[in-house]
Design a protein around this ligand. Sequence first.
Ligand code: URA
Length: 230
Amino acid sequence: MRLQVFLSHNGVCSRREAMDVIQAGRVRVNGCMVKEPSTPVDGSEDISVDGRKILSKDYTYILLHKPAGYTTTKDDPHAPKTVMDLLPGHLRHLSPVGRLDRDTEGLLLFTNDGAWAQKLTHPKFHLDKTYHVRIAGKLKPETKRHIEAGVMLEGRKTAPCRITDVRYNGSDTGLTITIHEGRKRQVRGMFYSVDHRVIYLKRIAVGRLTLENLKTGQWRELSLKEVENL
Ligand code: URA
């Protein structure tokens, strides 16, 4: 589809206006200014007008409250239960954005907007991810500070993070941790590196998105505003 048609097809403006908007240098495709209205696009690009991303009508964005016990994969014949089983048939063309371990609960996004998914998972975008965690034993203040400053994980130090709401109940410690990296099994690994086993892990927020009152196993579509704001 031509860029000019893409803009009108997705409700930005009329075809005639799209021509002017493009020629005025207000449109960027994958970050580069494009002034030719007939530039071919297929919707997989990151297209913005005056810095605002244009969401294709063909894109869908879903937030799922993942239960424990489901593998984050699009198709793994060896996984008995996958997160795709939690979506209805008409949403099974979507892909998970990043991953949660099988035993982790919480907020998991899905989309068919590859550019958006890539942005969200790229470390340079520093998107905060917040988890409720329960670890075995008592988290000492000096261990907390050590984790917050960064611990070695597979030969590389983790970026500074924030731990709050620490509560010890006599046998284990509940806490909230916010990280902005997305390394494999990162939260479990961080606590394991200081000899604390993670008993329970739930992602409660990604950027400004939270689970709100979505029950385990339920999903909802994100609004355009939520997609843009993330
Ligand atoms: N960190 C982990 O260790 N596991 C997850 O599922 C998410 C973050």
